[in-house]
Design a protein around this ligand. Structure first.
Ligand SMILES: C[S@@+](CC[C@H](N)C(=O)[O-])C[C@H]1O[C@@H](n2cnc3c(N)ncnc32)[C@H](O)[C@@H]1O
Length: 399
């Protein structure tokens, strides 16, 4: 079934709004059922899942899902099905991958053929890092590319790389949120942005609408935004969200990018172990405080996790100014944490089902903002999700 953007967007708005009481609650914060009472049977079904089935559904939430007895799985699957964006078939020389991480290079290889330039257009890369994409585009199209980047160190490193490889790239030290950033855009600019975060790509869309620049954008990290509450970019988005009562807070937007599909197995196992300790500490702190509510504990960078569960609890208690009893049966709480971790993973399958629909809703809102500004917009994927789960691409230009 081919769905036009307004129809897809309207249906997704209605479904996200209708089911928000199910996808919004974070199961790790709730000791009891996080959903309204009629969903006890769904909870029971999820908690009975074998580990392997749970893992399968995390990776493929729309295929053979037992959740379809309660939730609109098939409808959501239809609404998130997007075609691959067409692009030219010319490959890139392997030698151009020098100094670029393997996965990033594969993303660039998939992105570049989809940047379709008109003869009068010149290229700008938005939030370029070291300008890997800009160098590749400059060589591919044999033209000068301007790459905007906020960190001076990355600009210097990128300039050295471009000089060494003879790529016609000028890295410009520019804060794209600053007032003058629009000066880099005009009606003959084509802006390429690979994984530009929340406000950075919102800014690009607003400036493109103002100056009439074409863009090829793979958005990322929708929750990296100053606003605590999401304000749809498009008029249609604001109308529909109001009609259906869909209000999104910043932490709701984070759900759109919570996916571990590309994390190596050992990283996932480490994360699961850390989460089990957090839930073990949660059980302990509820007993110690004698208050049955969740207590948020700051996150820890990879590699900074204490070596033992007891060490972790002492660290977490210290963060929260909590005094732990001198004798604690650590084994009991550690096991409780592991049990809850297994339950939370199963209950999270509900959020996992709405994750891609929310992400696509956010990208459709961006597409509609541009359509409302007179752009022709295409939306599709540019690579398999195993390469990056942020694989959506918007291509837009004003005739
Ligand atoms: C997620 S990275 C993407 C980099 C590159 N496009 C890629 O795909 O590897 C985002 C980049 O945006 C830059 N950035 C962050 N805030 C910025 C700002 N206000 N103005 C310009 N660049 C910014 C960061 O320094 C970082 O290099």
């Amino acid at each position: 079934m081919i769905l036009d953007t307004p129809t897809r967007f309207a249906r997704l708005t209605a479904l996200l709004a209708e089911w928000q009481a199910l996808w919004r609650p974070l199961p790790f914060m709730h000791r009891g059922l996080p959903w309204p009472a009629p969903f006890h049977s769904l909870e029971r079904r999820l908690l009975a899942l074998e580990d392997a089935e749970c893992e399968r559904l995390q990776a493929a939430p729309f295929i053979d899902s037992p959740l379809s007895d309660w939730l609109p799985v098939m409808l959501l699957a239809e609404l998130v099905a997007l075609d691959e964006m067409p692009g030219d078939k010319q490959g890139l020389p392997a030698s151009w991958a020098a100094h670029i991480g393997g996965r990033k290079w594969q993303q660039i290889e998939a992105f570049v053929p989809r940047v379709t330039l008109r003869p009068e257009q010149h290229l700008v890369e938005w939030c370029a890092g070291k300008g890997h994409l800009a160098r590749t585009l400059a060589r591919r199209h044999e033209m000068n590319v301007t790459a905007l980047e906020w960190q001076a160190g990355l600009c210097d490193a990128g300039t050295r790389l471009a000089e060494r490889q003879g790529a016609a790239v000028r890295l410009v030290h520019q804060d794209v949120m600053a007032a003058g950033a629009g000066e880099w855009l005009s009606s003959t600019t084509h802006v390429a942005a690979l994984h530009a975060c929340g406000d950075l790509h919102r800014r690009l869309i607003e400036l493109s609408a103002e100056h009439g620049s074409a863009l090829t954008l793979a958005p990322c990290c929708y929750h990296r935004t100053v606003a605590e509450r999401y304000r749809p970019l498009s008029r249609r988005g604001r109308q529909l969200a109001e009609t259906h009562g869909l209000v999104l807070e910043r932490e709701d937007l984070a759900m759109a990018v919570q996916e571990t599909v590309t994390a190596p197995r050992h990283v996932r196992q480490h994360r699961e172990a850390a989460n089990a300790w957090r839930l073990g500490f949660d059980a302990l702190q509820r007993d110690v405080r004698d208050i049955d509510t969740y207590l948020p504990v700051p996150s820890l960078a990879y590699g900074q996790l204490p070596e033992t569960f007891a060490g972790f609890c002492h660290w977490a208690a210290c963060q929260k100014g909590l005094v732990l009893p001198t004798s604690v049966d650590w084994r009991v709480y550690e096991q409780a944490g592991r049990r809850r971790q297994a339950q939370v993973a199963r209950l999270e399958l509900v959020r996992q089902l709405f994750r891609r629909p929310l992400e696509i809703w956010l990208v459709l809102d961006r597409a509609l903002r541009l359509e409302e500004a007179g752009f022709t917009v295409e939306l599709g994927t540019f690579c398999p999700r195993e390469l990056t789960p942020r694989n959506l691409l918007l291509r837009a230009s004003r005739a």
